[in-house]
Design a protein around this ligand. Structure first.
Ligand SMILES: NC(=O)c1ccc[n+]([C@@H]2O[C@H](COP(=O)([O-])OP(=O)(O)OC[C@H]3O[C@@H](n4cnc5c(N)ncnc54)[C@H](O)[C@@H]3O)[C@@H](O)[C@H]2O)c1
Length: 254
């Protein structure tokens, strides 16, 4: 059991997570299952998803519902959210987690590559929230959007990703006002450098990690489970009066 705190309000609750097959998304799928939630998730990566579902059946005795799709296909994404809600009961938590932190020099960006970056990192977040709000209208709910501390720091060679993650902060505030009357809360999580397998394989070299440790207060790796703990809190009734907020979890980097 990776999570320590039990949230009774999450037991049996209907949760939908994008990009749940690997990384932070997989930690959240696991964490919500361990809370007794009815979890549905989508991802492009069917193989990793199947492994995760089998593992959870062994470890937690539950099989989360999975659908393989590309979140840039808005019709497919919204249909999956509706299907999950029909199956698990009216949606209570949506986690907009899937993203692609592709690197590109500004000079290499084309109108099409820019559009693709927005489609993955921003458009899917809005359109998933749009449908979630309809499904949550009667009983309320919690929408958790993933931004990044890169929206605050503005690193080089990821202008599209940074623009999208910055937009998510504003979108979160604006939807919190639109949906507040239906008791739907909307918050954003801004993680620092989280040690996922993809980050280790791609960018988190020992040298990069040493440099990161010089910039943070807490001299520990930030793990997917740490971020999942924050998502659980934001989904639970324990955060009932928190909305429109951007919560940074970065070990003290910013
Ligand atoms: N890992 C970090 O250091 C870090 C830092 C700041 C913010 N974040 C944010 O946290 C969230 C999760 O991060 P992560 O590192 O686990 O991400 P990741 O890139 O490792 O994984 C995201 C998941 O989304 C899936 N995915 C990607 N594109 C998709 C698409 N078009 N359709 C369906 N699924 C798709 C991937 O297959 C993967 O399983 C993201 O929003 C990311 O931007 C991560």
């Amino acid at each position: 059991m990776s999570q320590q705190t039990k949230y009774p309000s999450l037991n049996n609750s209907s949760v939908f997570i994008t990009g749940g097959a690997t990384g932070i998304g997989a930690a959240m799928v696991k964490a919500f299952c361990e809370q007794g939630a009815k979890v549905a998730f989508v991802d492009l990566d069917g193989e990793s998803a199947a492994t995760l579902v089998d593992e959870l059946e062994q470890s937690a005795g539950v099989r989360p519902w999975f659908k393989q799709l590309d979140i840039t296909n808005i019709d497919a994404l919204q249909s999956a959210i509706r299907d999950a809600s029909d199956r698990h009961g009216a949606l209570q938590t949506l986690v907009n987690n899937a993203a692609n932190d592709m690197r590109h020099a500004p000079s290499d960006v084309t109108p099409q590559s820019w559009r693709n970056t927005m489609a993955i990192n921003l458009d899917s977040t809005f359109f998933a929230a749009q449908l979630a709000a309809e499904l949550m209208a009667k009983n309320g709910g919690s929408i958790i959007n993933f931004s990044s501390i890169n929206a605050l720091l503005g690193p080089t060679n990821m202008p599209g990703y940074v623009a999208a993650k910055s937009a998510i902060i504003g979108l979160t505030k604006s939807l919190a006002k639109d949906y507040g009357k239906s008791n739907i809360r909307v918050n954003a999580i801004l993680p620092g450098w989280v040690v996922t397998q993809k980050q280790l394989d791609s960018w988190l070299t020992p040298t990069a990690e040493a440099a990161w440790m010089e910039q943070v207060a807490l001299q520990k790796r930030l793990l997917p489970d740490d971020v999942a703990s924050l998502a659980l809190f934001l989904a639970s009734n324990d955060s009932a009066m928190i909305t429109g907020q951007s919560l940074t979890i970065d070990g003290g980097r910013t």
